[in-house]
Write a protein of this length. Structure first.
Length: 748
């Protein structure tokens, strides 16, 4: 039996019961739960409200179902038929590891370590950090996880301008923060009740809440001002805010004069983005643009959030993320309590040392940068070395979450497999990722994963996803209840937490760390890996002089820094080449980019491609977070599916009526690349010319394996979104939002 859930037999008379504290397995937030365990199996899971971060969201209530689900992967399997045919042989872990390591070693000998690519999904525990550690020791610069289409562009922009990041701690401080702008993000989803409470508390204490989003999201419902922006026009809006603030002279003149370089160049770059022009581009009234610009500049401290919606706009991302950094800087909101506190490295852990970045940069077998670095040099080995040079005085080890900048551009991976350009990728190891659903141009992803040029594809996961169905080996992973967890494994935020496993791993599930340790020990990395995940956590925590078990056993198993200090740059300067905020970035120029990137429209838009817009007359945003799912995950959970049963295309009632479409009707969502089927959901808060299409959909209940692959082609919006490098951001991120489309009824 390859699948099968443990059963709790109610007829048994004697049961052992206990309650343990742990972390929720549903997403990567590491929220704390209390777990009631009966005979080694979790039978009830609820939020731990005695912790600083309880699991309060709707998904957390399904953690028990997730853990015990009959469709979980439980044993290692080896493909014995054609890829995607669904013929498997159950094998031992030792056989799987021996065979995989032998193939990786042969690929390294024949093609170099760079011919191995790793792919990681949404953060769940230490798997990504262990993966990067292994890759750095192995010598491959070709590694990628979900951060490539999450924080990559935003963090790179901030590092380029002021040498660190200020988006992590963007929550408004009640009674201190005067202005909070949530831009392209919706904190109540996935942040749940805790995020909603934080926003309400700040607003009650006097914070002005401003939300920028094409949809009237849950966050917009809590806002004082909602700017309903045209998808993809965010860069124009950022430049418009800058235009108002500079033109009216309401920037922080003292800070700009003392701490900023390139102000005149910035002034020149934004001069044409008047409120009138920006209103035409963004579909936001002039009055709102001016009101928000003035309020943010005149009411400090203020902060501007990170938002996933602003980093998935392709080339339109560039001016957006740099524009947000410029706004924080010229208003003097950097490193202010209640404003944009600049991130501290995790002082509790020797994180960067343990990930072995120095080993990769100086690896004797590595002779090449990653496969996308010739197109996007900021995101690769050359970029990492340049950032280290810029940060040398303050931060010689370079950025904390360095893997955000080192992630290989997705489109370059597929080219390296299919076309072997600029050199071949011969092996792919994936952990908890479903690239055909999560990344753009799903057909090209499929072409790469089924290519005869790919010698090895290993998938470690909880589920038999469409991607795992195409693998050569499938390995069962533990979830957050079955493994130890240490917070702070993302490399930013000076805080960490610890939780022991609450139950023993079921069947033959193993934690991700053991995969990388065992492969490492077979490939020349002996002595580099502690025996257990907990042992590695002990090594990471050495600066704190506390063991993982000691921290996890505390009533409050968290390490917090001393109260934050502000304006630390007055003593140290900024971690840039000049020691100042570089509005025109010398680092970007060293890498071949302009010092200030131009403001561009998305690849397809009403402005950039007006003739094409006549054929596809709606602007489509896609992939907003659902309160019931975490990215492409959890479609197996019945309670969640009842709440959100299929992929919906939200459309204004007037637009729907003009197309002969009613609420709940099946519709075709079509771009210039093709069409998928979703179901209409009427929403009168959308602009009549805007559609929101659900992203990240597949149907686990449908037939698995070729040709259906669990319904991966039916509603998957990313299958009709391009991944051409001309559509990507300066960091090589996929362009997942802000396209054009048309909607038509499905007439079966």
């Amino acid at each position: 039996m390859l699948f099968g859930a443990p059963k709790v037999l109610e007829s048994e008379v004697h049961h052992s019961q206990e309650t343990q504290k742990g972390t929720c397995p549903i997403c990567g937030m590491g929220c704390f739960v209390e777990v009631k365990i009966q005979d080694g199996i979790p039978v009830r899971i609820k939020a731990d409200h005695n912790s600083p971060h309880p699991a309060d969201c709707p998904r957390a209530g399904q953690a028990k179902t997730y853990h015990n689900h009959p469709d979980r992967l439980n044993y290692p399997m080896k493909r014995v038929g054609k890829r995607g045919e669904g013929k498997w042989q159950q094998i031992s872990w030792e056989q799987a590891l021996d065979e995989i390591a032998a193939k990786l070693g042969q690929i390294r000998d024949d093609h170099g370590p760079e011919a191995v690519q790793t792919l990681g999904g949404s953060f769940k525990g230490p798997g990504d950090a262990a993966c990067w550690r292994w890759g750095n020791l192995f010598g491959t610069p070709n590694m990628m996880h979900q951060g490539k289409n999450c924080g990559s562009a935003e963090y790179l922009a901030e590092w380029s301008v002021y040498g660190t990041i200020g988006v992590v701690g963007y929550w408004p401080t009640p009674g201190v923060t005067k202005t909070a702008i949530f831009w392209g993000g919706n904190p109540p989803v996935p942040g749940g009740i805790a995020a909603e409470k934080a926003i309400k508390a700040a607003r009650k204490a006097g914070t002005k809440i401003i939300v920028i989003d094409p949809r009237r999201s849950e966050a917009a419902e809590l806002a004082d001002i909602w700017l309903r922006i045209r998808p993809g026009a965010d860069g124009a809006l950022a430049y418009g805010f800058l235009n108002v603030i500079i033109h009216e002279g309401i920037y922080d003149k003292e800070f700009v004069e003392k701490w900023c370089l390139g102000f005149d160049e910035l002034k020149e770059a934004v001069k044409d983005y008047t409120p009138q022009r920006v209103s035409e581009l963004t579909w936001i009234p002039v009055e709102q643009i001016v009101e928000v610009a003035r309020y943010y500049a005149n009411n400090k401290p203020g902060n501007i959030s990170f938002g996933l919606g602003t980093v998935e706009l392709g080339n339109a991302t560039n001016a957006t993320v740099f524009g947000k950094a410029y706004l924080r800087a010229i208003t003097g909101n950097l490193d202010l309590i209640g404003g944009q506190l600049l991130d501290d490295m995790p002082e509790f852990m020797q994180y960067r040392q343990e990930l072995k970045w120095d080993t990769l940069l100086n690896h004797p077998l590595r002779t090449r940068d990653n496969v996308g670095a010739h197109l996007w040099p900021v995101a690769g080995v050359r970029g990492m070395k340049t950032f280290r040079e810029a940060m040398a005085k303050l931060n010689p080890l370079g950025p904390g979450p360095a893997f955000y900048m080192m992630c290989t551009a997705p489109s370059a991976i597929w080219s390296a497999i299919i076309d072997q350009d600029p050199y071949p990728i011969k092996a792919v190891i994936t952990q908890g990722t479903n690239s055909m659903v999560a990344l753009a141009n799903s057909r090209r992803v499929y072409q790469a994963l089924t290519s005869p040029n790919l010698d090895l594809h290993v998938a470690m996961d909880h589920w038999m996803t469409p991607q795992a169905q195409l693998a050569d080996y499938v390995l069962p992973a533990t979830d957050g209840l079955e493994r130890a967890n240490l917070g702070g494994m993302w490399g930013f935020g000076n805080v960490t937490s610890a939780a022991m496993p609450t139950v023993k791993p079921q069947f033959e599930r193993r934690d991700d760390y053991q995969l990388w340790r065992e492969l490492g020990n077979r490939l020349g990395q002996q002595g580099e890996w502690p025996d257990t995940l907990e042992g590695w956590f002990d090594k990471l925590l050495e600066p704190s002089k506390i063991t993982f078990a000691e921290l996890a056993s505390r009533d409050m198993p968290w390490l917090f820094p001393e109260p934050p200090q502000e304006k630390r740059y007055e003593k140290t300067g900024f971690a840039t080449f000049s020691g100042k905020v570089e509005l025109s970035s010398s680092l970007m120029q060293k890498l071949g980019y302009p010092g200030i990137l131009p403001c561009e429209e998305p690849g397809w838009s009403p402005v950039r491609t007006p003739e094409l817009f006549k054929e596809f007359p709606l602007v489509m945003t896609a992939g907003a977070s659902s309160p019931f799912y975490y990215r492409s995950q959890h479609k197996q959970l019945d309670k969640m599916r009842r709440q959100h049963p299929k992929a919906f295309a939200s459309i204004h009632p007037e637009t729907a009526a003009s197309l002969g479409i009613g609420d709940g009707d099946a519709v075709w969502v079509e771009t210039p690349m093709g069409k998928v089927k979703q179901w209409a959901k009427l929403n009168d808060t959308l602009h009549p010319d805007v559609v929101h299409a659900d992203g990240l959909w597949w149907y686990p209940e449908q037939e698995a394996y070729e040709p259906n692959l669990s319904g991966v082609w039916e509603s998957n919006i990313n299958s009709i979104i391009p991944d051409d490098h001309n559509f990507a951001s300066f960091a090589g991120d996929n362009h997942l939002r802000a396209h054009i489309c048309r909607i038509t009824p499905v007439n079966d």
